[in-house]
Design a protein. Structure first.
Length: 309
């Protein structure tokens, strides 16, 4: 059973608004019946009532959006239509595929080729491809690095993608990840450090910080037991990153950790969150540790007052 966000009526089969994520009864299911925030952008080609990869409402005369300029068919019948609403999973898949390729290259082609392909380094910042490949690359020798980033992106990314749309979510992920890596490399150059950087931490923290601005009181239930407002987690990461940069944080964070990259990702997410805040609703609770239904149904993001994972 779920309750309508407008009248509170209990519904066995509630309606979920695709645009604002709210849950409604039959009477309030239409956008105009529940005062959907997207109504203000009904005629906005870049607004929430769009289709395809979020470039515009489908315009048979040509909208001049990115998809039109690149001649990409992002409609339901096109190849790129499969990526709509699924870029979180695409990025997670790319991370794990890249992780496998890293091992193959490291053991077959050697360290020099490995670094040239996957690591953004102070020695070769002109290797522009590493600005992006390094986002999907992670430390070899274990699953802690890629596993931790995957958890953050999986839980938070789906909500942010639903809020922003796939195109803007993709831009946030790629831009924040690249700028986070470049920020760390800039600091390494100033400090004379030879270490390179790799990992999706900057992008993941940008997503988390963005969500913190949308709803700072959003409660994250760790293993269903410990309710923590997301702003506390974000502030905690912020403090640890600053401490790590100046060498005043825990010893585990003052070593081979890209603290400047983490801080850059957080700042990008916060700034973009301020810009985009107020366009749609977001869930009030997240539960880490399994359970719940899939995204979009009751109990998923935008379900009856919470997102269950």
């Amino acid at each position: 059973m779920s309750s309508c966000d407008v009248c509170g009526q209990s519904e066995n089969m509630p309606y979920q608004c695709h645009h604002c994520g709210g849950t409604f009864c039959a009477e309030h299911r239409l956008p105009e019946a529940h005062d959907c925030p997207g109504l203000d952008q009904w005629n906005d080609p870049g607004g929430v009532f769009d289709s395809g990869f979020d470039d515009s409402v489908e315009d048979r005369g040509g909208s001049g959006g990115l998809a039109d300029r690149l001649s990409l068919n992002t409609g339901p019948g096109g190849l790129f239509g499969y990526f709509r609403g699924n870029m979180t999973y695409v990025f997670l898949g790319l991370m794990w595929v890249t992780f496998l390729l890293q091992h193959i290259v490291a053991f077959t082609a050697g360290a020099d080729v490995y670094r040239a392909l996957f690591v953004l380094t102070p020695q070769h910042p002109e290797y522009v491809w590493t600005w992006f490949t390094s986002i999907f690359s992670h430390s070899l020798g274990g699953f802690w690095h890629i596993g931790g980033n995957s958890i953050i992106i999986f839980f938070f990314g789906r909500i942010v993608e639903r809020y922003l749309g796939s195109k803007r979510f993709t831009a946030l992920f790629i831009v924040s990840g690249a700028l986070a890596g470049l920020s760390q490399i800039a600091l390494n150059l100033l400090q004379g450090s030879p270490y390179g950087v790799l990992g999706a931490s900057g992008a993941g923290l940008a997503i988390m910080a963005f969500l913190s601005v949308l709803n700072p009181s959003l409660r994250v239930y760790i293993w269903f037991l410990i309710p923590v407002p997301i702003w506390v987690i974000t502030i905690g990461y912020f403090a640890l990153s600053v401490g790590g940069i100046f060498g005043t944080g825990p010893s585990i964070l003052t070593g081979n950790v890209a603290n400047m990259g983490h801080l850059a990702g957080l700042i990008i997410g916060l700034l973009y969150g301020v810009k985009m805040k107020g366009q749609q609703r977001v869930p009030q609770q997240l539960q880490f540790g399994g359970g719940g239904r899939g995204p979009g149904g009751p109990g998923g993001p935008g379900g009856p007052g919470r997102g269950r994972f």
